[in-house]
Write a protein of this length. Structure first.
Length: 87
């Protein structure tokens, strides 16, 4: 696998694979009502979020500004991210 393919693979990771303490940039959101709900919570394409915790059962707790948001595993699998190089 070339370096170019490795970078491409990193950019297509889904939020269910994020590690505790990682700062990431949201790349894509699912369509429909889920997208609307995430936008209401301040999670949009290009948002920088911090993974505060990974709870049993797959729930991921994200922090955006001073707000903490828990995302369930099924929804996290639909959200793609790229690593924040400035972290």
């Amino acid at each position: 696998m070339t370096k170019k393919n490795v970078k491409h693979k990193l950019k297509s990771e889904t939020l269910d694979t994020v590690k505790k303490g990682m700062k990431v940039i949201i790349a894509t959101l699912p369509d429909g009502i889920e997208k609307a709900q995430l936008i209401r919570l301040g999670i949009t394409k290009g948002s920088v979020v911090l993974c505060l915790e990974r709870l049993p059962g797959g729930t991921i707790v994200l922090k955006r500004n001073r707000q903490e948001i828990a995302i369930g595993y099924p929804l996290a699998k639909k959200i793609k991210f790229s690593p924040d190089d400035n972290a």
